[in-house]
Design a protein around this ligand. Sequence first.
Ligand SMILES: C[S@@+](CC[C@H](N)C(=O)[O-])C[C@H]1O[C@@H](n2cnc3c(N)ncnc32)[C@H](O)[C@@H]1O
Length: 208
Amino acid sequence: MNQDLIFRYFPNLTATQKKQFSALYPLYEDWNSKINVVSRKDIEQLYLHHVLHSLAIAKLVSFQPGTKILDVGTGGGFPGIPLAILFPEAEFTLVDSIGKKILVVKEVCKGAGIQNVTAIHGRAEELKGEWDFVVSRAVTRLKPFIEWVENKISKTPKHNIPNGILYLKGGDLEEELSEIDYPYHVHDLSDFFKEEFFETKKLVMVSV
Ligand SMILES: C[S@@+](CC[C@H](N)C(=O)[O-])C[C@H]1O[C@@H](n2cnc3c(N)ncnc32)[C@H](O)[C@@H]1O
């Protein structure tokens, strides 16, 4: 567990952000022993496998103050919590259908002093509201995922890229991508991070 990895890839963090990133390991270690949100053997790799992986989204988009972001199927808070620390002036809504996981999200935010996160226990399909971006990792295939969220994405862009979905995915995506009707772009995370873990990891941007 080494938060210095985060500080190396994101060298302009404020003292508050460094403190918040450093707080994540003890908070997740404690909560994970009560409610499993990160696989037990993965907890030692929290900063590489979960925090840095989540922050790959920030290598592509810098969320402006006031941007609204929805994290669907956030589990214990990935990618939403690391992004909320990095962009304290953006507004994050984290949703998961399992109440215990949302409890962990709320407790980690409270423990680390993260104030720009609203955590909701519910199903993404049933959620009402509008966001500029939807972020996610490892929830379901892209086609059903898009159907859950396409009517929740604002049509007014605030950035130099269109509003839409930023989905962290691994492995072979060809078949999944062939099922979707919106324009998309696939980015290799190995272009951003040199660790072996990222060799097969991708970020799919879907403009909705
Ligand atoms: C494999 S976990 C990934 C969690 C987190 N995104 C991560 O990468 O660590 C998938 C999560 O999606 C949630 N999920 C699945 N279907 C959902 C739905 N329809 N609405 C909200 N959450 C959902 C599950 O409860 C689970 O926590």
